[in-house]
Ligand binder design. Structure first.
Ligand code: FE2
Ligand code: FE2
Length: 366
């Protein structure tokens, strides 16, 4: 029930006369404005945020965990020494939508995968499945840990990207668990780990800036994983594996979208940081065209590449066919990377000679 303004004012006046501090009773600018849900999707964050709650400051002085839009209170300790307090450093358009989508599309590795469809496989195929699953389990750890470290560093005034990162950590935990299950469910087991921090995630994890981390993780690293998962039909031997790749790709596409939209926002509002962003992409491209990220099938010594080639070629004896298919997948990874960077607004690097020349060579030569 909304009390009429004059009656409310009379109540407050009476309270003050009795010696009470009733400032906390002040009505907010949105008082009396109700929010209707949408048919089919209910009430979304982007629906409820209006008035002062929707005001996202360019700089945040909030270091006390105060929810955006609430009334500040003096004497509250600075519980959060947030290092990310500038909007451009972490913001993206449609962050709330992306978070709501993440929540709506959660799935369970226990019940949403038709595990019964996995039947005994030839030893070489099962070994390769287990090796690949071990590798992916390892990189999913990185994909959860790295954004996870940043969550508590972001001011609550930018709660949308913060909550999206929370959803990403949950997604990555599920990816980790579903591939662990795949390694152990069919009589195989976990195989050799990637074994070198140079192979998995070291440069992503060393990022000192949120956007640097996001460019390396969301756009390059997860972009490559997304392309691979989208090609999952080529290396799946049963319905369960098809489901795993499809559902993981669905999640990864959100993570990649976050990175692309964040870069797009930052690049448009802080043009003096564009050169810096290009330097992150320079590094990322080196990883993309060499064996440094484990993405280059020419690096045949990598267990993950050998496993992929066996799966794609349908057997150890057809591993060369598998490497050919893997090269086609790597080409597609590079093409999709180029497309994402264009959408993020940094496509000029492909026209002005800034991009790694091996990128083009890589696509052409293979
Ligand atoms: Fe993942
Ligand atoms: Fe991811």
């Amino acid at each position: 029930m909304v009390v009429a303004n004059d009656v409310f004012a009379a109540y407050k006046e009476f309270g003050r006369e009795q010696g009470y501090d009733l400032r906390w009773l002040e009505r907010r600018d949105v008082w009396g404005e109700t929010v209707e849900g949408r048919a089919g999707s209910g009430i979304l964050l982007q629906d409820v945020d209006h008035g002062v709650a929707a005001h996202v400051p360019d700089e945040s002085r909030n270091q006390t965990g105060r929810p955006r839009g609430s009334i500040a209170r003096s004497g509250v300790p600075r519980v959060g020494n947030y290092s990310v307090r500038t909007k451009a450093d972490v913001w993206l358009r449609n962050g709330a939508e992306l978070y709501e989508e993440a929540v709506a599309r959660q799935w369970s590795s226990a019940t949403d995968i038709p595990w019964h469809s996995i039947t005994p496989l030839p030893d070489d195929i099962e070994r390769a499945e287990c090796q690949l699953a071990t590798f992916i389990t390892e990189i999913e750890f990185v994909a959860g840990d790295v954004p996870g470290k940043w969550i508590a560093s972001v001011t609550p005034d930018y709660y949308e990207p913060r909550m999206f990162l929370l959803s990403q950590v949950m997604d990555e935990a599920r990816h980790l668990d579903v591939f662990r299950k795949r390694a152990l469910v069919n009589g195989g087991g976990l195989m050799r780990r990637a074994g070198s921090t140079q192979v998995v995630g070291a440069n992503i994890d060393s990022a000192r800036d949120f956007t640097e981390m996001s460019a390396r993780l969301h756009i390059t690293g997860e972009g490559a994983v997304l392309t691979l998962f989208r090609m999952g039909e080529l290396m799946a031997y049963n319905d369960a594996e098809k489901h795993i790749y499809r559902l993981c790709a669905q999640d990864e596409s959100r993570h990649v979208a976050f990175g692309v939209m964040h870069l797009q926002y930052l690049g448009s509002v802080e043009t003096d940081r564009r050169e810096e962003i290009h330097s992150y992409l320079d590094d990322a491209e080196i990883a993309l065209v060499t064996g440094a990220s484990g993405q280059n099938p020419v690096a045949r010594g990598l267990p993950s590449n050998a496993a992929l080639a066996i799966l794609l070629g349908h057997g150890e004896d057809k591993v060369d066919d598998g490497y050919n298919t893997l090269l086609a997948i790597r080409q597609r990874q590079v093409k999709e990377y180029v497309q994402r960077v264009r959408v993020a607004g940094f496509g000029e690097r492909f026209e002005n000679g800034r991009a790694n020349p091996l990128l083009e060579q890589y696509v052409r030569a293979n």
